[in-house]
Design a protein around this ligand. Sequence first.
Ligand SMILES: C[S@@+](CC[C@H](N)C(=O)[O-])C[C@H]1O[C@@H](n2cnc3c(N)ncnc32)[C@H](O)[C@@H]1O
Ligand SMILES: Nc1nc2[nH]cc(C(=O)O)c2c(=O)[nH]1
Ligand code: SF4
Ligand SMILES: [Mg+2]
Length: 265
Amino acid sequence: MPVNADAAGEADTSVPTEVDASEALPINELFHSLQGEGKLAGVPSTFVRTAGCNLRCWFCDSYHTSWEPTGAWRGVDDIVDAVAERPGDHVVLTGGEPTVHEASADLLDRLSARGYHTTVETNGTVFRDAAIDLASLSPKLASSTPTPDRPPVGGDADLDGWTERHEERRLDYDVLARYVETYPVQLKFVVTGPDDMPEIERVVDRLRETTSTPVRDADVLLMPEGTTRERLESTRRVVADLALEHGYRYTPRVHVDVWNDAPGT
Ligand SMILES: C[S@@+](CC[C@H](N)C(=O)[O-])C[C@H]1O[C@@H](n2cnc3c(N)ncnc32)[C@H](O)[C@@H]1O
Ligand SMILES: Nc1nc2[nH]cc(C(=O)O)c2c(=O)[nH]1
Ligand code: SF4
Ligand SMILES: [Mg+2]
């Protein structure tokens, strides 16, 4: 079922009349894999991927949750049951942008009550109060903004005003600060090359000025841009060297290294 996220990316214009959006989520896919990114890379985890996003990165590796959102509405109970059918005790709620959906908070609370460790993968532009064990913030840099020269990979969607909308929305320091103050966090920047570093330093500095809660260099992770092994082949060495030079962490994309761009990994 297509999920026609509206301009706010809240995916509410297409909520079918029989669906209560406070108790259901549009699910693009649900699968078990190894966490591929960040501080918990390598941990077996069940991924719940919602459809709909309030941003449009040109490089989005989940095109069918952002540029052309597609998913089936499932009740929170049903999603919890589906997670329980998979092994392990770690759950990753991702998207799309899971925080645009009100019911994401309920899902996280229910999973946590069942003893799961919860990670939320978020662009950090919408705050949610929920049982989150790791807020995996991925603030979006200028190099993520789609333009006529940088159209979306993975499909032929029109820019349709998203250059401006993405640019306006991509950084909200008050929201980022609230996440830092409320949950254990990691800041996971997608790095396309050395030109991204000045902006990363500015974002980290300004976040540190916005909150008195420490943001340690060890909480800042540089992740190479790339949805295929071939692309990572050319980005990972550059990004690893940048992490060493700046004293930040490097995170691989384990799932891409292992399974390339196979679906459900
Ligand atoms: C698809 S996003 C969904 C969560 C949320 N919307 C966000 O952007 O953080 C999941 C993760 O993949 C990262 N990502 C998306 N496309 C990527 C690419 N081409 N290369 C590297 N990382 C990418 C995002 O930055 C984010 O950390
Ligand atoms: N294996 C694996 N690890 C991931 N970590 C974050 C992911 C995401 O898409 O949010 C992701 C993903 O799509 N696959
Ligand atoms: S914010 Fe996340 S889901 Fe949205 S377009 Fe960017 S990478 Fe894709
Ligand atoms: Mg992914």
